[in-house]
Design a protein around this ligand. Sequence first.
Ligand SMILES: [Cu+2]
Length: 102
Amino acid sequence: MHQSNHAAMHVQGMDMQGMQKSPPAKGVASTSYKATGTVKAADPAAGSVTLAHGPVRALNWPAMTMTFLVKEKALFNKLVVGKPVNVEFVSQGGKYVVTAVN
Ligand SMILES: [Cu+2]
């Protein structure tokens, strides 16, 4: 599965940074990251969403398609397949969890 290769895949893409990213906001309990992407698949029942996201500089991630968990069901209202989104996410127990969608 993609999830298990995730860290290894991300290590390779350090030269794929095309965008300026804001640093994480101060005062947030756990570090949250921002990504811009397009929704490829949404599965409210499983609480997961697949995003084709752009580079995430703070994590040295290249642009790629991957599955995130989604923190709250209400966020699926904004996670529409084919729609471009800006998401905030956190790393939690080795998984990436979307906490906000803009
Ligand atoms: Cu990824």
